[in-house]
Ligand binder design. Structure first.
Ligand code: SF4
Ligand code: SF4
Length: 327
């Protein structure tokens, strides 16, 4: 007999619904460039901050680009930390832009970095290389943003968004600007489509800001957010909420089916969350990107854990927002 805990596990829940989680065709390479960041947000699943030393080197960048060059992967998603803070960020983007099959390069930007000394021309650099910006903006009201991300972050984010709009981001199809909402606390996100309408109205009315899409992302019960839940006596309640909100319809669209996650040293994972939990791929030994044959990834089982309930709750959640509509 399984224990109550085993019976409620993510793997058992999939099994009960007759589901199996295996990789499909890899379309996106998501690279976590490291833990260095100018902010220390409460919900951060990376434990990033200004004192972190773990960042990608040029040598690793070269190995990743060489691996990518012989694949059909069309999207590269740069995350962190603040990717712009790594010393070779511009070099990385230039090398990626030179790969003919890479149509989309995403920079997951915290916005405030664009106002920091030394990054004054970063927005123009991103525009010149047609980099899609996916920017954290957990609310259109200052109180929620500052509570989650630190004092002054809301005003700085608004200034950065206005600047991005002024050079064409969010206003032309070539320069895509998408925003990311995540709840302030132990709740599931509201319906993405409705919230996007509210964001568009409020940001336009008060700040003359435009953007393309809003992505709603569920807070994952790992790293700094897990500590916050524990310290506030909310961890069990939040895990129960995620379990009870399991939506089998979200499973087929989970990002671990089509995204490969790489760490700052080139290690390989099923997703950025597994990366933060150290669930590195292994084959007798830990695997790095250059150990992987890109044509052999289909049907590989995904490494699961209880945090996976964060991706299947309600409308589902991924780095590109919700997975099913109307849930
Ligand atoms: S959530 Fe993003 S912006 Fe905030 S500390 Fe983490 S990496 Fe930095
Ligand atoms: S946490 Fe990662 S492995 Fe688990 S369901 Fe989400 S994307 Fe897939």
């Amino acid at each position: 007999m399984p224990t109550a805990e085993e019976a409620a596990s993510f793997a058992a829940t999939l099994h009960r619904h007759g589901l199996d989680l295996r990789r499909g065709t890899t379309e996106i390479l998501q690279i976590n460039t490291g833990k260095l960041c100018n902010l220390t947000c409460i919900h951060c699943h990376v434990n990033a901050g200004p004192k972190r030393k773990e960042i990608i080197t040029r040598h690793t960048i070269d190995r990743i680009v060489d691996w990518l060059a012989v694949t059909d992967i069309h999207t590269v998603d740069l995350t962190g930390g603040a990717p712009e803070m790594i010393p070779d960020f511009r070099y990385f983007v230039q090398r990626l832009r030179a790969l003919p099959q890479v149509r989309t390069i995403i920079d997951r930007c915290n916005l405030t970095i664009l106002n920091e000394t030394g990054y004054e021309d970063m927005a123009e650099f991103l525009a010149a290389h047609r980099v899609t910006i996916v920017a954290s903006m957990p609310c259109y009201c200052p109180e929620n943003v500052n509570a989650q991300r630190g004092d002054g972050v809301f005003d700085s984010s608004i200034r950065a968004l206005q600047r991005l709009n002024s050079i064409g981001y969010g206003r032309t199809e070539d320069l895509r600007l998408d925003l990311v909402y995540n709840p302030n606390g132990d709740r599931l996100p509201p319906a993405q489509a409705e919230l996007e309408v509210d964001y568009k109205v409020e940001l336009k009315k008060h700040f003359d800001i435009e953007f393309h899409r809003l992505y709603c992302i569920t807070n994952m019960p790992i790293s700094r957010f897990k500590s916050w839940l524990k310290n506030n006596g909310k961890l069990n309640h939040y895990m129960d909420l995620l379990r009870q909100s399991f939506n089998p319809a979200a499973v087929n669209a989970l990002m671990c089916r089509h995204t490969l996650s790489v760490g700052w040293q080139g290690e390989v994972y099923d997703c950025d969350f597994n990366q933060q939990l150290g669930l590195q791929w292994r084959n007798g030994k830990p695997l790095f990107l250059w150990d992987i044959n890109p044509s052999n990834l289909i049907d590989r089982p995904v490494a699961l854990g209880e945090h996976c309930f964060g991706c299947t709750a309600g409308s589902g959640s991924s780095c590109s927002g919700t997975l099913v509509s109307g849930a």
